[in-house]
Ligand binder design. Structure first.
Ligand SMILES: [Cu+2]
Ligand SMILES: [Zn+2]
Length: 180
């Protein structure tokens, strides 16, 4: 009887550890690791900032903090396609236009499925020129074909008006970060 009990409890622990292995292995198979992007400032600007991109279910949660913006100002924020894998350099125009794999018009991320996939809205700076950013965006992928890895995050000098095509009329590119 004692022997029997021992073997039952062993079997139980074996199943438990096998399940734990399965769970930890599965989470790395299903979820892409988070990505991050550190801003480079344009000449004549004093931008500093960092963003992270994390999978949350089917969506991607983007969080970030930027310093050195216009106090109280709004600044357009987009993922640009960077199809040629350019670094952030010069006036940051070499990273191309907004990431738009589904050929949609430019607009607000509140209409996520109807606008450029790279449209992230505006950063809103406080009186000290600091903006905290948080957005959960549907449709983005962190790995594999069509992902945002290697693309460029751009901060603009002016607000995105969500109307002007195809840029939102957000003006110069004052900050650039490669998503990696
Ligand atoms: Cu842009
Ligand atoms: Zn756009």
């Amino acid at each position: 009887m004692v022997l029997f009990r021992l073997s039952v409890s062993r079997a139980f622990f074996f199943t438990l550890s096998a399940n734990l292995l399965f769970l930890t292995g599965a989470s790395s198979l299903w979820g892409a690791p988070p990505l991050s992007a550190e801003l480079l400032s344009a000449k004549g600007q004093k931008l500093k900032g960092k963003f992270t991109f994390k999978e949350t279910g089917k969506d991607v949660e983007i969080t970030g903090k930027v310093e050195g913006l216009t106090p109280g100002g709004k600044h357009g924020l987009h993922i640009h396609e960077n199809a040629k894998n350019e670094p952030c350099r010069g006036d940051f125009t070499s990273v191309g236009g907004h990431f738009n794999p589904d050929a949609k018009p430019h607009g607000s991320p509140e209409k996520a499925s109807e606008v450029h996939l790279g449209d992230l809205g505006n950063l809103e700076a406080n009186a000290k020129g600091v903006a905290m950013f948080k957005l959960t965006r549907a449709g983005l992928k962190l790995s594999g074909p069509g992902s945002i890895k290697g693309r460029a995050l751009i901060v603009h000098a002016k607000a995105d008006d969500f109307k002007t095509q195809p840029t939102g009329g957000a003006g110069d590119r004052i900050g650039c970060a490669i998503i990696q």
